[in-house]
Design a binder for this molecule. Structure first.
Ligand code: KQY
Length: 367
């Protein structure tokens, strides 16, 4: 059902934090040859590993085109559901619904407008018509009431604590290629209306060379209310250092909607990582695709992990730093097992584990 009002708050809905219980996780299947090298085979293997890791503690559903159905069904174990659904690429975080729940045990979701990360002004592909219908399709399958929001926004550009606080970046949400007719105040109002949040914390920039224009999910995330994990580069000569330091300063001087001063936990910086010649040549270029050239910097970040019910699924990106990232996550999430998945193939597509997943929160049992 579509609810064309924006009565999210009146109906008691809120977007739960990712660390709250999930009924499941939604993913898409990668197949674009101009994004995923070698006919997407290495990326498909990485997506399977992510889905398997998440499925250890929650149900996973992977949406796949008809052309790839047999391949996906064969590559994914039986306990992972595979449903047919068209899309232009495989970023469920960004094109899927942002789920909401309320105390009456109802599930709803916000269906944002999508323009492939910038439309004609820097967008990543020219036809996103299939992506635009994914959120509605997922709402129908899950019986979630759909709130259709008049705002261009990708799910990876916001993080919430489920208790009234939202973090985002100006680089993305105030970018002229998203909502050129809305000012900061109007964008804030829509976030309040559709997500029922009270406190919005604006960071300036996201991770260096992030083709999403600075998604928050590649820079930081809530570990729990009051605590944020931040991608932090210690090298003062690296441009990421100033960005991370600025984010650290803003976050640690911020209070959340409940008045808590935020605590910031630093995650190491993988690399810096660059595309190799072999990786660059495996992509099927065409006039619509994003250039992927040898030596280009990749926007690698350990903050781009997924919080499953009993596991943290984090991207392994740099053998010299993976263990440190895992140890920090283990300390911060004592009740969850930490699983690292080799994720360079996902990073080559421009995002990571958080970007390819979308949690469906558990609705409260009112009986
Ligand atoms: O950061 C994300 N949430 C998604 C990355 C999308 C990259 C598109 N090539």
């Amino acid at each position: 059902m579509t609810d064309n009002t924006n009565n999210v708050a009146e109906e008691g809905f809120r977007m739960p934090g990712e660390f709250e219980p999930h009924d499941g996780c939604w993913m898409l299947w990668p197949e674009r040859k101009d994004v995923w090298r070698l006919n997407a085979a290495p990326a498909q293997k990485a997506f399977v590993e992510v889905a398997c890791a998440i499925s250890k503690s929650e149900e996973v559903t992977v949406a796949v085109s008809d052309q790839q159905y047999d391949n996906a069904r064969t590559m994914l174990p039986e306990h992972i559901k595979v449903v047919e659904m068209s899309s232009n690429d495989a970023w469920m975080r960004d094109i899927g619904p942002s789920f909401l729940t309320n105390d009456s045990g109802e599930l709803a979701a916000v269906d944002w407008d999508f323009n492939a990360w910038g439309g004609e002004d820097g967008g990543l592909y020219p036809d996103w018509s299939k992506d635009s219908r994914v959120a509605q399709k997922v709402c129908e399958i899950t019986d979630a009431t759909r709130f259709d929001a008049p705002l261009v926004l990708e799910g990876g550009s916001i993080h919430v604590d489920g208790q009234g606080t939202l973090i985002t970046t100006k680089e993305c949400l105030l970018n002229r290629n998203r909502n050129p007719d809305l000012n900061q105040h109007q964008i804030e109002q829509l976030l309040r209306d559709y997500l029922n949040v009270e406190r919005i914390i604006w960071l300036d920039q996201g991770t260096v060379e992030d083709e999403t224009d600075g998604h928050i999910d590649n820079l930081c995330c809530f570990i729990k209310p009051g605590v944020v994990a931040l991608h932090y580069c210690e090298d003062p000569n690296d441009p990421q250092h100033a960005i991370s330091e600025d984010a650290y300063r803003i976050l640690s001087n911020s209070t959340d909607a409940r008045g808590r001063q935020l605590k910031v936990v630093k995650l190491p910086h993988p690399g810096p990582l660059f595309i190799s010649k072999e990786e660059a040549t495996g992509i099927d270029d065409n006039e619509d695709s994003q250039p992927r050239e040898e030596g280009q910097r990749l926007a690698g970040s350990y903050a781009n992990f997924y919080i499953a019910n009993k596991h943290i699924v984090f991207p392994k990106l740099d053998p010299e730093k993976d263990d440190k990232a895992a140890a920090i996550l283990a300390e911060q999430f004592p009740d969850r097992e930490i699983i690292g998945v080799p994720a360079r193939e996902i990073l080559l597509g421009g995002g990571n584990i958080h970007c390819i997943t979308q949690q469906q929160p558990t609705v409260k049992n009112t009986k």
